[in-house]
Ligand binder design. Structure first.
Ligand code: GLN
Length: 493
């Protein structure tokens, strides 16, 4: 059984196609692994019956020779994607019990390609967080531990359940969403690959909205090639999302081993400032060396306004969230806590239904959008956003890709940063710029800390140039030879 869950997605796909394994046995192996891994709390909803039925259908199509590109591949889906007939909570009490009558475009594309739904993964409530600790359904425990130290660690967030599931071998791949780093940061600290596509590459339709001008769906998997395969299936133009772009979706898998000869890799000098740990700085240097050794040229670039990105993000994102979350009123779906009149019903429902971090963001968002403060905060943040986008445009005149660390450090202990929101927000320092500029970015596992925890490197590309990201990500993967996997302490505990 264990060997089936150790396959890469590409290997499993090929074995399914060659009919060396069946979709049903592959799915069953993952369902067994999920059951054993319940101490990780990676899933909010497991869908074993649906998974088996989908796998049987896949086997039928494989037998008939009409298989899709992901036929029989079992996946985990972040519980922010609406799935028809399957509870979708956004990890919030306010949506507990909500069963959508429609399917998000991204998941629809995956099922159309033949993939199998294993279940819905845990996340920070409404995707607000960097550690998966704000979920109403409890934190996800990382499958990783420091060497010789059983302290429970966070899996990163907000796509922490997806990251943990993929790292622990509970799914061959997963979906995530990334508003300020929620695919790349958990991928980095869980030792897997994760890509945030260009804004507009994947449809947002049917994904519970957090900050609509920043949100993007993307793949998470154990290899660069597996992310390439998943992105190809997830991406599409969608008339139901007016910000989805009508551009061709290339065969990304081809780019993964295309090499980096002649590519210019930019290293932003400002990002190298103080506060960068020696371990992260060394990893970054190593990443640049790897690419250089394979024929890329390393150049210095400037992102002058990068240090304003975090404050700007933490104004723009809550502003949009406060507006998006206005729809949860206890009237049409989800939780309702009745009061004496309609106003009191709204108040009771929203007070009981939203957790502390979500309430904090609604308050911040409402404040920065209010008449007296709009110019001082929201408008200035939008101006900074434009300056950051321009910095990237300038930088990309001199390079094809930008290389940075993904996170300022490895996974931390559960509870270590929950009392200080600003400390938590600092996790996103290398990732938010990319969302503010709408660019594609990917995290690739690059090494381990001294005490055995994964670290990732981030590649940032030009708009709609995920192919070049995959080339460099493939090169880093090849050089890093990152084969470390977490133990399986949960199945014996
Ligand atoms: N950690 C960031 C936040 O809390 C990003 C979250 C995300 O990308 N969904 O806003």
């Amino acid at each position: 059984m264990s060997t089936l869950t150790d396959l890469t997605l590409a290997e499993a796909r090929d074995k399914l196609k060659a009919r060396e394994i069946s979709a049903r046995e592959l799915t069953d192996a993952h369902l067994t692994a999920i059951e054993k891994a319940r101490p990780l709390n990676a899933f909010i909803t497991e869908t074993p019956e649906k998974a088996r039925a989908m796998a049987d259908q896949a086997d039928k199509r494989l037998a008939e020779g009409v298989a899709g590109p992901l036929e029989g591949v079992p996946l985990a889906i972040k519980d922010l994607f609406c799935t028809e007939g399957v509870q979708t909570t956004a990890a919030s009490h306010i949506l507990q019990g909500f069963v959508p009558t429609y399917e998000s475009t991204v998941t629809k594309n995956l099922w159309h390609a033949g993939a199998v739904l294993l279940g819905k993964t845990n996340l920070d409530e409404f995707a607000m967080g960097s550690s998966n600790e704000t979920s109403y359904f409890g934190p996800v425990i990382s499958p990783w531990r420091r060497t010789g130290d059983p302290t429970p660690l966070v899996p990163g967030g907000s796509s922490g359940g997806s990251a943990a599931a993929v790292a622990a071998g509970l799914a061959l791949g997963a979906t995530g969403t990334d508003t300020g780093g929620s695919i790349r940061q958990p991928a980095a600290v869980a030792g897997i690959c994760g890509l945030k596509p260009t804004y507009g590459r994947c449809s947002r339709w049917g994904i519970v909205a957090f900050a609509s001008s920043l949100d993007q769906a993307g793949p998470m998997a154990r290899t660069v090639g597996d992310c390439a395969i998943l992105l190809k299936a997830m991406a599409s133009h969608d008339a139901k999302d007016s910000t989805s772009l009508n551009v061709g979706v290339p065969d990304y898998e081809k780019s993964v081993r295309a090499g980096v000869k002649g590519l210019r890799i930019g290293i932003p000098k400002e990002v190298r400032g103080e506060g960068l740990s020696a371990e992260i700085a060394a990893l970054w240097d190593k990443g640049a060396e790897w690419l250089k050794a394979q024929g890329a040229e390393i150049v210095e670039v400037s992102l002058k306004h990068a240090h304003h990105a975090l404050p700007a993000y933490y104004i723009v994102a809550p502003a949009e969230a406060s507006s998006n979350l206005a729809r949860y009123d206890g009237v049409r779906y989800g939780l309702r806590v009745p009061g004496d009149d309609i106003t009191q019903t709204y108040e009771n429902t929203r007070a009981a239904g939203f957790g502390r971090e979500v309430q904090r963001r609604i308050l911040i968002g409402t404040y920065v959008l209010s008449a007296g403060y709009y110019d001082a905060y929201y408008l200035r943040a939008q101006k900074i956003r434009t300056l950051i986008a321009r910095d990237f445009e300038e930088a990309f005149k001199g390079c094809d890709l930008i290389l940075t660390p993904t996170t300022p450090g490895p996974a931390f202990a559960i509870g270590a940063k929950t009392s200080d929101p600003v400390e938590m927000y600092l996790n996103d320092v290398f990732t938010v710029t990319v969302n503010l500029a709408g660019l594609p970015g990917m995290s690739v596992p690059a090494g381990l800390t001294g005490d055995g925890l994964p670290l990732g490197l981030q590649l940032i590309g030009k708009p709609f140039d995920e192919e070049t990201i995959f080339r460099a990500a493939g090169a880093i993967e090849e050089a890093a030879q990152f084969t470390a996997r977490p133990g399986d302490w949960w199945s014996t505990s």
